[in-house]
Design a protein around this ligand. Structure first.
Ligand SMILES: [Cu+2]
Length: 176
């Protein structure tokens, strides 16, 4: 019976891994865990795109996302969104994005994001975009953004997740 139980456990693990294979895996770098890296397909001719991901600091010391690079982009900046006289605007975080110990920082539409600038080619849904993040302590970390649809508000929902219930706030009026 023990063998059967063990086989079942392994079976579940294998199925679990297969189920996840369509989505980017979490990336561990030192005390940081980076998950759900994604971006949006860019409509024809667009020269900029956003990059989104979640960074968790499991350590006891602060770290900082200072910069990023991508082959597909001439330049990548770390941006934040902020209300400015009632208009949502964005600006580069010149001194980087702090990831405090024990904290999770989410880069998502409407908030912090990577700005992929001077795109050399359009980002197409279903493609994967390699990006290298540069952290103050964790150093260089390679991640791969899953390209979702043009209007996506989050990474594609994994089976059983509640990704479809995310709010559908209209970002189209934001000043980019
Ligand atoms: Cu931006």
């Amino acid at each position: 019976m023990k063998t059967i139980a063990t086989a079942l456990v392994y079976g579940v693990l294998v199925v679990g891994m297969l189920g996840r294979s369509a989505h980017a895996e979490d990336v561990k770098a030192g005390d940081l865990v980076i998950s759900k890296p994604w971006t949006r397909a860019t409509p024809g001719g667009a020269k900029i795109g956003g990059g989104y991901l979640t960074i968790e600091n499991k350590g006891s010391a602060p770290d900082k996302l200072v910069s990023a690079t991508a082959d597909v982009a001439g330049k990548v900046e770390v941006h934040e969104m902020a209300m400015n006289n009632g208009v949502m605007t964005m600006r580069p975080l010149e001194s980087g994005l702090a990831i405090d110990p024990g904290k999770t920082v989410k880069l998502a539409p409407g908030g912090y994001h990577l700005m992929l600038m001077d795109l050399r080619e359009p980002l197409k849904q279903g493609e994967k975009v390699p990006v290298t993040l540069q952290f103050e302590k964790a150093g260089k970390v390679a991640v791969t953004l899953d390209v979702e649809g043009v209007g996506a508000q989050g990474p594609a929902a994994a089976p059983g997740s509640d990704g479809m219930k995310m709010d559908r706030m209209d970002h189209s009026k934001m000043k980019m």
